[in-house]
Design a protein around this ligand. Sequence first.
Ligand code: MG
Ligand code: MG
Length: 266
Amino acid sequence: MIHLRSSEEIDAIARGGAIIGELLEAVRPEVRPGVSTLELDRFCEDFICSHDGATPAFKGLYGFPGSVCVSLNEEVVHGIPSKRRRLKDGDIVSIDVGVRLDGWCSDSAWTYPVGEVSGEAEKLLEVTEKALWNALDAAVPGNHVGDIGAAVMALVGGRPYGIIRDLVGHGVGREVHEEPQVPNVGRVGHGPLLRPGMVVAIEPMLSAGTADIRTLEDGWTVITADRALSAHFEHTVAVTDAGPRVLTSTARPVDAWTGPGGPGNA
Ligand code: MG
Ligand code: MG
């Protein structure tokens, strides 16, 4: 069932979400060549646990061993933090974070360049982030879940990127993963109606090659089938009468994105 949350409940989700928003900024200087993905995991866990009552929501979720997911280059999601995996100049790395606070969950992910990256990688990050903001703008009452996927597709447009379809966004609340599923492809006017009080994680994942994915033998790490670079940006957002309320960030990067009708929509 799809839950509708009161404004007090949305405020409670936003308190945990704000920790992720701060963390995804605080971790930025830690993302540098030589750092292991386990060190990033520890940084994130320490940051989350330094806030009274907050815990990493992914730790132990379905048996996941890390506190956060750290996915490098062709890894789309669910990378297991490891002391043997070290960032190199030119890599891109996604950090996916869940926080549980006062019985409420929130979920957000960001992909960072490591040192100097290729123009191809830079463009992939830019387009995927813009796809997220475009999709967030579609999270308004009266739209449907399909409008969110349609907004991702519209932003990606004719670019030679794969939109990962086999992984989806989701409702967020008492659990990290609730109904409804929120696909990154869709048709305007299709899918469940978006109503005030719905809280969903919107999370476009793009590949610089195929949209096909496969899971590695560790049972977790999802990679692009052709090992093309992949980027992942995610926010938890509440559908409200006042418009989309992003709960895992305090600001949108206006220097990079000017909203609907901006350069990304051209
Ligand atoms: Mg996530
Ligand atoms: Mg998610």
